[in-house]
Write a protein that binds this ligand. Structure first.
Ligand SMILES: Cc1ncc(COP(=O)(O)O)c(C=O)c1O
Length: 325
């Protein structure tokens, strides 16, 4: 059954390329590695949020909104891409960032500002509280704000990755490429929920593995399973519950969210120096570090094909210079 996709605004650069990583594969001596370049989707550098925002911004406009509000970490890629999508669509944008304003204005925080977003810091307060305050303030001024959740991870945003699986399965069919595993960074769950549902809808027969960036595996699995099933309903699909299709590895949480360790540092340098591709310190560096570790442990056999889905984030690199050098 074909999903009933709601209206979307096409501002991502699609399809993103699928490329072999021959030098990295040879260096590691394990499976054949490929990469899907969602770091090249555009919207102020690129990343996985472009696909989600195509549907989220379309819904905001359909509801008559003139402003979007969203939230994230100080170096949130999601907030930066939302600010870009809002600018591109003529909408105002407010971002509520966790914690205190850092002294140095760099990375995504700098880009949020350049893109014209109004930036609010939560300090010690709950993000929800600050979002509600910003929403009220905007309404008092006669605006119609539309709230995009953390990471754009609701049924509307996850739809972007259901459609991405259509794109990927078409590319694989065209290239006659049989991928055994798709591996990527998973955090607020929208990307994984969309990929898991899209895998069912478009008949992808390999395995889908989310490397958790910040949640225990059972927590993220439950969240992704529920979101994937709800996204199916949103798209008018009769789909049995998807929880059993959600596989999460939480072995690489290290010292916590955005805490850069040798795992990320090695992965970032290795992929940069073998393939000329930049990863990010928080998400893709951690997920690739996990993949490299799994390869070293012999989790894949030679001849298997593993696709790493690059979800972006490189705009954050300058903000982590001190922990990367
Ligand atoms: C670069 C990057 N990769 C992966 C993710 C994880 O995606 P999701 O939140 O949909 O699980 C994020 C989320 O913020 C991200 O910024």
């Amino acid at each position: 059954m074909e999903p009933k996709y709601p209206k979307r605004i096409q501002f991502a650069h699609l399809p993103t390329p699928v490329e072999p990583m021959s030098r990295l594969s040879k260096h590691l001596g394990g499976p054949d590695l490929y990469i899907k370049r969602d770091d090249q989707t555009g919207l102020a550098t690129g990343g996985n949020k472009s696909r989600k925002l195509e549907f989220l911004i379309a819904e905001a406009l359909a509801q008559g909104a003139d402003h979007v509000i969203t939230t994230g970490a100080p170096q949130s890629n999601h907030c930066r891409q939302t600010a870009a999508a809002a600018a591109r669509s003529g909408l105002g944008c407010s971002v509520v960032l966790r914690g205190q304003a850092p002294e140095e204005v760099t990375g995504n925080y700098l880009l949020d500002d350049l893109l014209g977003a109004h930036i609010y810091w939560t300090g010690n307060r709950e993000g929800k509280e600050v979002i509600a305050e910003v929403e009220k303030q905007l309404q008092t001024m006669g605006h119609k704000p539309y709230i995009i959740p953390l990471g754009g991870s609701n049924v509307v945003g996850a739809t972007g990755y259901v459609l991405a699986m259509k794109e990927l399965t078409e590319q694989l069919a065209q290239e006659k490429l049989n991928i055994d595993f798709i591996v990527f960074a998973s955090s607020s769950g929208g990307t994984q929920a969309g990929i898991v549902l899209g895998a069912q809808v478009y008949g992808f027969t390999g395995s889908v593995l989310g490397i958790s960036v910040d949640h225990a595996a059972d927590t993220l699995q439950t969240l992704v399973g529920a979101l994937a099933t709800a996204t199916a309903t949103h798209l008018g699909l009769e789909q049995s519950p998807l929880l059993d299709h959600v596989v999460v590895n939480d072995d690489y949480l290290g010292d916590g969210y955005a805490m850069v360790s040798d795992l990320e540092k090695e992965a970032i340098r290795m992929v940069a120096q073998k393939e000329g591709i930049l990863l990010d310190p928080v998400y893709t560096g951690r997920a690739m570090g996990g993949l490299i570790d799994l390869i070293r442990w012999g989790a894949f056999t030679r001849g298997q094909k593993v696709l790493f889905w690059h979800t972006g984030g490189t705009a954050a690199l300058p903000a982590f210079a001190n922990s990367l050098l």
